[in-house]
Design a protein around this ligand. Structure first.
Ligand code: GDP
Ligand code: MG
Length: 436
């Protein structure tokens, strides 16, 4: 996600990191490169112009030129302004009413039905009792697609394809009767640029939903702005940005909140029901800038591993994690899902090697840590040559591999600790060399 934008931005900052102060001309050149990177990422021109104007104004006001660490200071300003452009704070669903009604609208193929399922799962895990409703009379397979998804997730389902407006109110009545508290309504998509069928407007008018979410595909870049405008009259309360996992550029994420004046509430990062996350502008800015997403990683791991991992996650955030935590994490990782997605959240590990290669490294890591005594795991400094030989023998590895793991752990610990304190990995200016 955002690989190409992240790469270009880190190049721009790398150039600014020459030792010593920067001249005003050098700062200007840096700002020009950031502008180019954003335009190449297909960010809307108006958004780029406003963002750069604010960054420039602040870099003068905050005296970046006189600073001893001008690149870091500029980076901090860019980060804050990106966060602001993406809406600043995290937006939440309103979910008012009994039942609350959430309507999903959007162009065909943007991911509405998939999102309906994801949202059902998400709300269910938050303790809600959702009812998924298909109100798409145009595609015969639509009700089946959502019905299958619902039964797989163990979420209630209703079809409303005969006469959507009447059928959906009936579904809402059923929800009230059965004490289901959120009704999630999936609607048919209009071809790009075409307004949706009139009954979608009637649905909005007759149901007064608490949330009308416009689902847009991030992979179309700023074109999503134009697609979204076709729905502007339908009382949109928030946006869902899908297929972020396939978006190397980031143009949609950075353009939509400002251009449509609506917050992004959720992002879709894959095809599976669990690939939905609340949109957090600050985290997103960090990911675009290549800082990784340690908070997100910790959460994913906690979800997969229960309490032991939650405790580890807290120590990861504090930068005090031990070799034992390292092992707990690795074990959770193998349960938490595709490794490349997880590892992409670690600063400096944006691009990772083949999954398989990582799997075998994880196996080796696990074997090595398991061959250590508890005492050794807690305090690796006591590991002398003979202990290392014993561990290598016990784990079927070499002393060199044991040393490699230890230095990797040490480096990760330093990286995370630095990140936690300063919210920025030390020596930032491109991917940190993480030994493998
Ligand atoms: P709809 O026409 O708006 O209902 O779109 P669908 O929900 O049927 O999704 C269209 C296609 O996009 C399907 O192949 C989905 O699997 C895929 N899709 C939806 N959301 C995501 C996402 O976040 N990531 C990826 N990679 N694919 C997605
Ligand atoms: Mg659909």
């Amino acid at each position: 996600m955002f690989e190409s934008l992240t790469e270009r931005l880190s190049q721009a900052f790398r150039k600014l990191r020459a030792p010593g102060r920067l001249t005003p001309a050098e700062v200007q050149a840096g700002l020009r490169e950031i502008r180019q990177a954003l335009l190449a990422a297909d960010v809307h021109y108006g958004v780029v112009r406003d963002l750069l104007a604010r960054v420039e104004e602040r870099s003068v006001g905050e005296k970046v030129v006189e600073s001893l660490a001008p690149a870091e200071q500029l980076l901090g300003i860019v980060r804050e302004e990106m966060k602001r452009a993406m809406g600043g704070e995290t937006a939440k669903l309103r979910l008012s009413g009994r039942p609350a009604i959430v309507l999903l609208l959007g162009p065909a193929g943007s991911g509405k039905t998939t999102t309906a399922g994801k949202l059902g799962r998400y709300l269910q895990r938050k303790g809600r009792k959702p009812l998924l409703v298909c109100a798409d009379p145009q595609r015969p397979a639509a009700a089946q697609q959502l019905g299958t998804l619902a039964s797989r997730l163990g979420v209630a389902f209703a079809s409303a394809v005969e006469d959507p407006v009447t059928d959906v109110s009936r579904a809402a009545e059923r929800a009230r009767r059965e004490l289901l508290d959120v009704v999630i309504v999936d609607t048919p998509g209009a071809p790009p640029g075409v307004t949706p069928p009139p009954f979608v407007g009637e649905l909005v008018a007759s149901l007064s939903p608490s949330d009308v979410l416009l689902v847009l595909d991030a992979m179309v870049g700023q074109e999503a702005v134009r697609m979204g405008e076709a729905f502007a009259s339908l009382g949109i309360t928030g946006l869902v940005l899908t297929k972020l996992d396939g978006d190397a550029r980031g143009g949609a994420a950075l353009s939509l909140p400002t251009r449509l004046s609506r917050p992004v509430v959720f992002v879709g990062e894959g095809e599976k029901p669990e690939d939905l996350e609340p949109f957090e502008p600050e985290r997103m800015a960090d990911r675009i800038l290549g800082f990784g997403d340690l908070a997100g990683l910790a959460e994913k791991l906690a979800e997969a591993g229960g309490e032991a991992v939650a405790a580890t996650a807290a120590r990861v955030r504090e930068g005090t994690f031990t070799l034992e935590d390292f092992l707990t994490q690795f074990e959770a990782m193998s349960r938490a899902g595709p490794l490349d997605q997880l590892l992409a959240r670690i600063p400096g590990l944006g691009k990772v090697a083949q999954d398989q290669e990582i799997e075998s490294e994880l196996r080796r890591t696990r074997a090595i840590i398991q061959s250590m005594t508890v005492e050794e795991r807690r305090d690796p400094h006591i590991l002398g040559a003979s202990r290392k030989r014993r561990i290598a023998r016990g784990s079927g590895t070499t002393v060199q591999e044991v040393n490699q793991l230890l230095s990797q752990y040490e480096q990760a610990r330093r990286l995370v600790r630095g990140f936690g304190k300063r919210r920025m990995p030390p020596g930032w200016g491109g991917p940190a060399p993480v030994t493998r």
